[in-house]
Ligand binder design. Structure first.
Ligand code: PLP
Length: 426
């Protein structure tokens, strides 16, 4: 069974969370991040390596926001988005459950002493060895969208309950649509349910993902309506009553996207699942970006410079093959500010300073490794620092070791600022 409650958590709980415990956590005022970065830099002066700062206070704020707006929707954090143990541990302490895509992700969550019942193995096409592992670990909920997957699960994990992943009718102009790869088409629903029925597997409900970074949040409404139709189809086929609706991910904490999505989702659940609510329906979700994106700040060092007329070209020590792979894979746009200009008291070298058309390259020898073009920056020098905010989603998780610049070794410093918003303010 799925644990649905989110415990109220205070900063102390989060600091003592599994995955965080043992790490040095620095408490800061809301404005203290720049001072923290400066003090950290002064300690590691010779190396000038890039580093991340993870703010657990931001994670708490996001959980507050989630609980207030979607209090009937239990979040299973999508580990793929950023598997940093301190983020996972903090979310575990805040009562979240987890969406894992592989054996290694399940292991990472179980290592934090999170019960297996708080994991959904939300990969519709899994290697057989990973299914066997899920069976041995007691992870008993997974997604499927093919007859072949039914056969694999019947063979290796017949106790596993299934969620039929459907393709939403609309991808909501998502930044990363997932429909081309996953989700049963309407005409595939009956044969898939019948295959599960014949295999004597339990289909507990329906899942979908409207696409990561969805722009048009009405996509959730269409997908919830489509899920309702699948619940009805299962009843018509004489299957046991479905009771889980998994509305996937796609949420962004930046701007008003989440607020709009929450209004749409709450209304659609009331419209299409009014008979089941609240006792006979568990609504779950798989947010990744929502929790990770703004919780991490990346600090990089300028390792090279070239002046070509009015153009300034800089090289930094992280790039497209590292954290900024999000530009390619996640279609992200990154922003950068000189550290000197992020200071509380605006630095005179930035305030009103002349800016130049600038290009920022990553450190590898590939010209593709270009982070920013046509970007306005004040005159900077080798050894200055550039700060990239909102770098937690699909960044370090997918970076490589290309050219010997190892994303996996970029350290993360953990801070906690006072959480904002909501009942769980700390
Ligand atoms: N669930 C599944 C199955 C996914 O594939 C993804 C992202 O690709 C997520 C959840 C997380 O999505 P997001 O980060 O947009 O919330």
């Amino acid at each position: 069974t799925i644990s649905m409650g989110i415990d109220s958590a205070d900063a102390q709980t989060v600091v003592c969370a599994p995955g965080v415990k043992g790490d040095k956590v620095t408490r800061l005022s809301r404005e203290g991040l720049t001072d923290f970065i400066l003090s950290n830099i002064s300690k590691t002066q010779e190396l000038k390596d890039p580093f991340y700062v993870l703010d657990l206070g931001t994670v708490v704020s996001h959980m507050n926001k989630w609980t207030q707006s979607l209090h009937n929707v239990h979040p299973f954090y999508a580990v793929k988005c950023n598997p940093h143990p301190a983020l996972l541990g903090a979310l575990a302490a805040l009562g979240a459950s987890f969406d894992c895509a592989s054996m290694a992700e399940i292991e990472a969550v179980l290592a934090l002493k999170v019960p297996a019942g708080r994991i959904v193995f939300a990969n519709p096409c899994k290697p057989e060895a990973h299914i066997k592992y899920a069976a041995s670990a007691g992870v008993n909920l997974t997604t499927f969208d093919s007859v072949e997957e039914v056969e694999k699960i019947k063979r290796w994990h017949p106790e596993c309950a299934l969620l039929l992943r459907i393709k939403p009718p609309d991808d909501g102009e998502a930044r990363c649509p997932l429909g081309p790869k996953y989700g049963a088409l309407p005409e595939e629903v009956v044969p898939l349910l019948q295959a599960a029925q014949a295999a004597r597997l339990t289909v507990a409900g329906v899942s979908f993902h409207v696409g990561s970074g969805v722009a048009n949040t009405s996509a959730y409404r269409g997908a919830i309506a489509a899920a309702r139709a699948v619940f009805d189809t299962a009843t018509r086929l004489g299957m046991p009553r479905m009771h889980i609706l998994n509305i996937g991910g796609g949420f962004s904490v930046v701007g008003s996207q989440f607020d709009e999505a929450a209004v749409t989702i709450n209304a659609a659940i009331n419209t299409y699942f009014d008979e089941e609510l609240p006792a006979r329906l568990e609504v779950i979700s798989e947010p990744g970006r929502f929790f990770a994106e703004t919780s991490f700040t990346l600090v990089t060092n300028i390792i090279g410079k070239r002046v070509r007329g009015n153009l300034r070209e800089y090289w930094i020590n992280d790039g497209i093959y590292g954290s900024m792979n999000c530009i390619l894979y996640d279609h992200a746009t990154v922003t950068a500010t000189p550290l000197a200009c992020t200071s509380n008291a605006a630095n005179p070298t930035c305030l009103g300073a002349k800016t130049y058309r600038s290009t920022v390259f990553g450190p590898t020898c590939d010209a593709l490794d270009t982070v920013l073009t046509e970007y306005q920056l004040p005159e900077m020098q080798v050894n200055d620092w550039l700060v990239f905010p909102d770098m937690g989603a699909y960044t370090a998780a997918a970076g490589s070791n290309f050219n010997g610049f190892k994303t996996s070794t970029i350290p993360t410093h953990i801070v906690i600022t006072p959480a904002t918003t909501g009942k769980q303010n700390v």
